[in-house]
Ligand binder design. Structure first.
Ligand SMILES: *[C@@H]1O[C@H](CO)[C@@H](O)[C@H](O)[C@H]1NC(C)=O
Ligand SMILES: *[C@@H]1O[C@H](CO)[C@@H](O)[C@H](O)[C@H]1NC(C)=O
Ligand SMILES: *[C@@H]1O[C@H](CO)[C@@H](O)[C@H](O)[C@H]1NC(C)=O
Ligand SMILES: [Zn+2]
Length: 459
């Protein structure tokens, strides 16, 4: 059976097997213990330390794996552990906030990257994917690893080129700055080449970033043949990873985690809310608005004579919501405006001075514009409420600590940091994941998939 080939017997460690044999002997009754079975000598495992390869496929919406044949992703799923209905991104469901939540285990309010691009309401400074470490709070996996004596490597992971703490983005082990033209094959091959190093030189943690199928999803919307093609391409890259690891006889030793940062939904200029349509209730100038959609972010500039801007903000929110719910504003029912402190708790999107005081939650696939002067077009976008199913991505874990064929309920991507830390034996920095979750996702240390397989064979 093709399935069992991915965990060839020749990779089983003799020591582990004898331990299992002893354990089984101690617990099983005589009739069930296979005394006649003899073990042939096995070569030792190729890798004796835990290694994690974390792969992000940008904009890989949950369900894309059913768009076309994806034999390689399917192999990871069938012999690994999968979030059955996908990985839940953090709000806002944008690339930089989510990659940093995966890397740090923190919600954006705590890791500081509250949008891809924003103006700090306090200092007036613009963040636009800057590398200045002052923006980047929290401790990403590569820093945790290096701090605790392990080696790390990253290839284009958003934020990994920020020099912070003990991480200097080492030449040769940190591919940066981001260059969209570098073919995916080249990225995969560079990561694979690390496995040709001696074991002590192989990075314990590797992060690999693939910018597809996000690019195609934005340009054409999620339901387009070019997105299907990009999904097939990502699958081919996963195949390249699997084959490369198999060739080096380490596929069953490496923890390969495949995930994405967010999903994708069709947004269309036929479904727009125009801020100028609220003028009968309240005039909202364009320079109060930092972002329109998928998140409406507002920082009103009340004049110096306004004594209590908080009160004015609350008044503004009330008037906007009155207009939007009046039934007289086109698509008004698809926008709800909040003081950030009043946002639903589940979004964890208030506890940062960088978050502007007023946030509008925009309906799935709806656009917000100032006025009707924009060109009509349809495309794809993300950034919406993380409750929308269309914003979900995938999570698949494969390797010794991931049970074969296990399905787990969906979880938020802030859990990933602890999961990787646990596999690598690292002390996690404070974060918003739960250590209990790690226990429910991973096989206990020592109780690896190999032991599990050995028990299957023995009993
Ligand atoms: C980006 O990558 C392409 C393809 O490898 C290469 O030709 C180009 O020189 C790179 N650009 C930069 C700025 O490094
Ligand atoms: C429409 O809004 C944009 C800002 O989004 C502004 O630059 C432009 O002047 C506005 N046009 C009109 C006619 O108000
Ligand atoms: C998230 O983690 C940070 C760091 O430990 C902590 O300060 C914050 O209160 C946590 N937030 C939530 C919502 O759990
Ligand atoms: Zn993205």
């Amino acid at each position: 059976m093709a399935k069992s080939k991915s965990y060839p017997l020749c990779n089983l460690s003799l020591i582990v097997l004898s331990l299992v044999a002893l354990a089984v002997a101690a617990t099983a009754d005589d009739s069930s213990f296979p005394t006649s079975y003899t073990w042939r000598p096995q070569p030792p495992k190729k890798l004796t330390k835990p290694v994690v390869l974390l792969i992000s496929s940008d904009g890989f919406r949950f369900g894309y794996q059913f768009k076309t044949e994806t034999p390689n992703i399917d192999l990871l799923i069938s012999s690994g552990t999968e979030a059955q209905t996908g990985l839940i991104p953090v709000f806002p469901t944008m690339t930089f906030p989510n990659h940093n939540s995966i890397a740090t285990g923190l919600y954006p309010a705590y890791h500081g990257i509250i949008m891809n691009k924003f103006t700090d309401p306090v200092t007036g400074e613009l963040f636009n994917r800057n590398l200045d470490p002052k923006w980047w709070l929290g401790e990403p996996l590569w820093v945790t690893a290096v701090n605790q004596g392990l080696k790390a490597a990253t290839y284009f992971w958003p934020g990994a080129d920020v020099h912070k703490g003990s991480w200097t983005c080492p030449k040769g082990f940190c591919k940066a700055p981001y260059n969209v033209s570098v073919p995916l094959e080249e990225r995969v091959d560079r990561i694979l080449s690390y496995f040709d190093l001696s074991e002590s030189e192989i990075p314990d943690f590797m992060g690999l970033y693939l910018d597809q199928p996000d690019i195609q999803g934005h340009e054409y919307g999620p339901d387009d043949p070019r997105v299907t093609e990009a999904v097939a391409k990502v699958d081919t890259m996963i195949g390249r990873v699997i084959q490369g690891l198999k060739k080096r006889k380490v596929f069953s030793d490496v923890h390969v985690i495949l995930l994405g940062d967010h999903g994708m939904v069709t947004s269309c200029d036929k479904k727009v809310i125009y801020i100028d349509d609220l003028a009968d209730w309240i005039k909202v100038p364009a320079d109060w608005i930092q972002a329109y959609s998928p998140v409406l972010a507002m920082n009103p500039r009340w004049g110096k004579d306004v004594k209590n801007p908080g009160e004015k903000n609350a008044e503004l929110v009330a008037k906007m919501n009155k207009a939007l719910s009046s039934g007289k504003v086109e698509n008004g029912e698809f926008l709800q405006v909040y003081l950030k402190e009043k946002l639903p708790q589940r979004l964890h999107y208030s506890d940062s001075s960088r978050i502007p005081p007023i946030i509008g939650m925009v309906g799935e696939g709806i656009l917000v514009r100032q006025n009707r002067t924009n060109a009509h077009e349809c495309y794809g976008d993300h950034g919406y409420d993380n409750m929308f199913f269309s914003m979900r991505s995938i999570f698949i874990g494969h390797g010794p600590r991931f049970k074969r064929g296990r399905k787990v309920p969906s979880f938020e991507n802030v859990q990933v940091y602890n999961v990787v830390a646990e596999i690598l034996g690292l002390r996690p920095a404070p974060n918003n994941g739960s250590s209990l979750f790690t226990r429910s996702l991973l096989l206990p240390f020592g109780e690896t998939a190999e032991v599990e397989l050995a028990r299957l064979i023995l009993t």
